[in-house]
Design a binder for this molecule. Structure first.
Ligand SMILES: [Zn+2]
Length: 67
């Protein structure tokens, strides 16, 4: 019986083996270890101004231009 290296649950069949460590399908997906499976890109919030991008940040632009 193999044990998941992340959650220590017993595995009937490990989804991913990473060296000596075996991972179940849930933990492998969680840690991005599933071969071929791509993690979804983080959703971009376009309503909130980017803190470090002055061109998109209206408040910061106002401070820079003095308007
Ligand atoms: Zn696990």
């Amino acid at each position: 019986m193999t044990i998941c290296a992340a959650c220590h649950r017993p595995l009937k069949k490990p989804a991913v083996k990473h060296g000596h460590a075996a991972y179940g399908p849930v933990c492998a997906a969680k840690w991005g270890l599933m071969p071929g499976a791509k993690q979804a890109a983080p959703a971009r919030d376009d309503k909130t101004a980017d803190l470090f991008d002055a061109t998109k940040n209206e408040t910061c632009l106002r401070e820079q231009t003095g308007l």
